[in-house]
Design a protein around this ligand. Structure first.
Ligand SMILES: Cc1cc2nc3c(=O)[nH]c(=O)nc-3n(C[C@H](O)[C@H](O)[C@H](O)COP(=O)(O)O)c2cc1C
Length: 381
């Protein structure tokens, strides 16, 4: 139990991971003491009254699983292929801005941990370490460990000036990123959080920042440069035409938008409400997933994020049709508590819980997970 830490200086990262850190919830409970109060609130908060933030978790808790007895688990594994690339487990680290808020090594430590655990990484446009340095850190870690290296994707926030977006895409391609993840759920992006000294949007240095202020009696949002710069469908088509990499659209919540994204050339979709941070009152991502799975009928892989905290959450998402999940805030908790080993431990916990859940359900591979593992209260006797 962590006491009120808001007025005291945050603890540094632990050198040794204590044995009582067993679940992602343990890390979350511990992390607050290791972060400045303002940064902690910024990471944890959701939009508005946090209905969506809470529902991302509650919706997972409403889903119930059904085991299949006496299954043959020989040869079991958690690997799958996504966009032509092998993933050791269907777990990726979601794009999270400004990771140096949690640890001085920030995204470097996160990328090394992912390389060690063979987990895919989606690096944010708003990373606090330049994207080129993260590609190098990931490659060096993979070389040191003698692994082939885990997939590295770049998350794109469209910039007001297309030349700047094109520049980010070209830099990601040149640095060896294997996919572009275009986040489309933040039509207008503004934050009241002030970054501490030494933390900045490293990839955007030298690019102009759209400032937004509204004054009583003046324009609020509509009619301002911020609203006018909101991305449109034609921008998705432009990104498609600009990159040769697989294009994954993040932040879809409706079957219609999913279909439209695929028509515009998306190779994959991430069903997401941005961790409940953008608009309060949106449904949980796991709740809207089945309708989108049905609408796309396997046309492209569907991933999801929001509230994934345990191995049973992962099997639920996969049984409902996701090809993989992304994990957001827990990577910050791992970073704050213990840096690179903390994130590696978070990933290990999730993989261990996933394998355990699969075994108990009688599923030797991810392909075995489906509707048969879901309990339907309406059909139960
Ligand atoms: C502090 C914070 C920063 C984030 N930054 C980004 C970002 O830069 N780009 C993006 O596409 N999503 C961003 N997200 C959303 C995550 O990628 C992801 O959708 C969300 O965190 C998943 O929910 P979870 O935290 O419950 O796992 C951010 C989320 C948090 C909590």
């Amino acid at each position: 139990m962590v006491d009120d830490v808001s007025d005291s200086a945050p603890l540094g990262p632990l050198a040794v991971i204590p044995p009582d850190l067993v679940t992602l919830a343990d890390y979350e409970a511990r992390a607050e003491a290791h972060m400045p109060a303002g940064s902690w609130r910024h990471v944890q908060e959701g939009a508005g009254r946090e209905l969506t933030l809470r529902d991302n978790r509650a919706a997972f808790d409403r889903v119930r699983l059904l085991p299949r007895a006496l299954a043959d688990l020989r040869g079991g594994h958690t690997a799958s292929d996504l966009f032509g690339r092998r993933h050791a487990a269907p777990i990726l680290l979601a794009p999270i801005a400004y990771q140096c808020l949690a640890h001085p090594e920030g995204e470097r430590a996160m990328a090394r941990a992912a390389a060690a655990l063979d987990a895919g990484v989606v690096l944010s446009t708003l990373s606090s370490v330049p994207l080129e340095e993260i590609a190098i850190a990931a490659r060096q870690a993979a070389d040191a460990l003698g692994t082939g290296g885990a997939p590295l994707w770049f998350q794109l926030y469209l910039q007001e000036d297309r030349a700047h977006s094109a520049d980010l895409i070209a830099r990601a391609e040149a640095a060896g990123y294997e996919a572009i993840v275009l986040t489309i759920d933040t039509a207008v992006k503004r934050s009241s959080f002030t970054l501490p000294a030494g933390v900045d949007a490293a990839n955007l240095r030298g690019m102009p920042k759209l400032r937004h202020t509204s004054t009583p009696g003046g324009r609020i949002l509509f009619g301002t440069p911020l609203a006018d710069a909101a991305p449109r469908w034609e921008d998705l088509a432009w990104v498609r035409a600009t990159t040769r990499l697989p294009l994954i659209v993040k932040g879809i919540l409706t079957p219609d938008d999913a279909r439209r994204a695929v028509e515009h050339g998306a190779d994959g979709i991430i069903v997401s409400n941005h961790g409940g941070r953008v608009l309060d009152g949106l449904p949980a991502a796991i709740d809207v997933l089945p309708a989108i799975v049905e609408a796309l009928a396997g046309a492209v892989p569907l991933l999801m994020d929001g509230g994934v905290r345990t191995g049973t959450d992962i099997v639920k998402a996969l049984a409902l049709g996701a090809a993989a999940v992304l994990v957001g805030r827990p990577q910050i908790h791992g970073l704050a508590v213990a840096g690179m080993p903390g994130v590696a431990h978070i990933l290990h916990i999730l993989r261990a819980e996933l394998e355990m859940a699969m075994a108990q359900l009688g599923c030797a591979t991810l392909a075995d997970l489906g509707g048969g593992q879901l309990w339907d209260a309406r059909r139960a006797g």
